[in-house]
Design a protein around this ligand. Structure first.
Ligand code: KG4
Ligand code: ZN
Length: 358
């Protein structure tokens, strides 16, 4: 049994977790997530403010994660930390803190790729969400379609050509006057839509005649969809959403939100189906903040039904950024014998380790 203390500070949540186990048999002993609410005021994450907020929060967040797990550093076998990709200043707070903690306690250090963390998140709650599987990772900064024959081997099948799925949700939310981050607000608004939707946006890059090997067979693109929403907002001369009180244009706003969500979700479901079919996978694992979206999960499950494939999605707490997933991926790397030196650095972007040829 190995016990990992993990730290995640790549964006706007300061998080620490303790997880123990071996191989795919693990138990989460604690998870503390402090979301930096301050960015709401700016409608997006301000990197400098994020770094400073991590600096204030890191000590109490790590202390609380140890306390909740009822362990001390003596009981911890290794410290895992997200060192890429993300905001460099934010990452550096976690990396520097993890290094000092590991050095001071005489424990090994493991660097973890944030997206590999998202890939492992679902397995914490669903023991069957393990390779081989098709993975769809949809977050604020990434949209990746991967084939995972085994942990540590990742075949990149498709990605976004422009906006990430979460980014598209956030931008459309802004157009509709909803708060940041907008994904869950779009989902809630779309859920108020009743009857047949008078609006329909086209599904980008999903023509039936596409073949495996075509450049856009697995890739997605959401900037056109975002522009289509913008045109609709302008055409209908939709006034800004009132700050308080009832919204007289709630029906139109709900129709736009629902039509946008339908188009985005259908596109992702189609690409995921193509990947699972081509690779002969019967398990599909979703990860990243957008995997909180119930319509996405349901639509992917529906689409892969002809393959008899099962879809696994993490709970909201494990779908959005958290240190539990970093602990889970860190345990895998640690058990493989990987150790980071004290010159471990932070990187804004870096490919997931273990990429294999498509
Ligand atoms: O994985 P994550 O927490 O952070 C990144 O690594 O980016 O993902 C955040 C993204 C945001 O764009 C947010 O709007 C989106 O996930 N999101 C959602 C939902 N909940 C969060 N998108 C659609 N529907 C949701 N329910
Ligand atoms: Zn993330």
């Amino acid at each position: 049994m190995t016990r990992i203390l993990a730290i995640e500070t790549s964006c706007d949540e300061t998080s620490a977790a303790v997880l123990a186990g071996s191989g795919d048999a693990t138990a989460l002993e604690s998870l503390v997530i402090l979301s930096q609410d301050v960015h709401r005021v700016f409608g997006g994450v301000v990197p400098e403010i994020a770094s400073r907020a991590h600096l204030t929060a890191i000590v109490p967040v790590v202390e609380q994660s140890l306390r909740e797990a009822r362990v001390s550093m003596r009981d911890v076998d290794a410290v895992a930390v997200t060192n890429a990709p993300g905001l460099v200043g934010a990452l550096l707070v976690g990396v520097s803190f993890a290094k000092s903690l590991a050095f001071g306690a005489g424990k090994p250090l493991v660097g973890v790729h944030h997206m590999e963390g998202h890939l492992f998140a679902t397995a914490i709650e669903h023991p069957e969400a393990v390779p081989p599987f098709t993975a769809l990772l949809v977050s604020g900064g990434h949209t990746l379609l991967l084939d995972v024959p085994e942990w540590g081997s990742y075949r990149l099948l498709g990605a976004t050509r422009d906006d990430a799925a979460g980014e598209a949700f956030d931008k459309v939310a802004k157009l509709l006057g909803l708060p940041y981050p907008g994904g869950r607000h779009i989902e809630a608004l779309a859920g108020t839509m009743t009857g047949e939707n008078p609006l329909r946006f086209s599904r980008p890059m999903t023509r039936r005649d596409q073949q495996p090997g075509d450049a856009d067979y697995f890739d997605v693109s959401f900037s056109g969809l975002k522009t289509a929403v913008l045109h609709t907002v302008r055409e209908r001369a939709l006034p800004p959403r009132p700050e308080s009180g009832a919204d007289p244009d709630a029906t139109m706003r709900a129709a736009i939100a629902a039509a946008f969500q339908d188009a985005l979700v259908d596109t992702l479901a189609e690409k995921t189906y193509r990947a699972a079919r081509l690779q002969g996978r019967t398990r599909v694992v979703l990860g990243g903040g957008v995997a909180c979206n119930r319509t996405l999960v349901a639509r992917v499950a529906e689409r892969v039904q002809p393959l008899d494939a099962k879809v696994y999605a993490p709970s909201v707490r494990l779908a959005t950024d958290n240190a539990a997933m970093i602990a889970r991926a860190g345990l895998f790397r640690f058990e493989r014998g990987e150790r980071a030196a004290l010159d471990l650095n932070a990187y804004a972007s870096q490919p997931i380790p273990g990429m294999i040829a498509a």
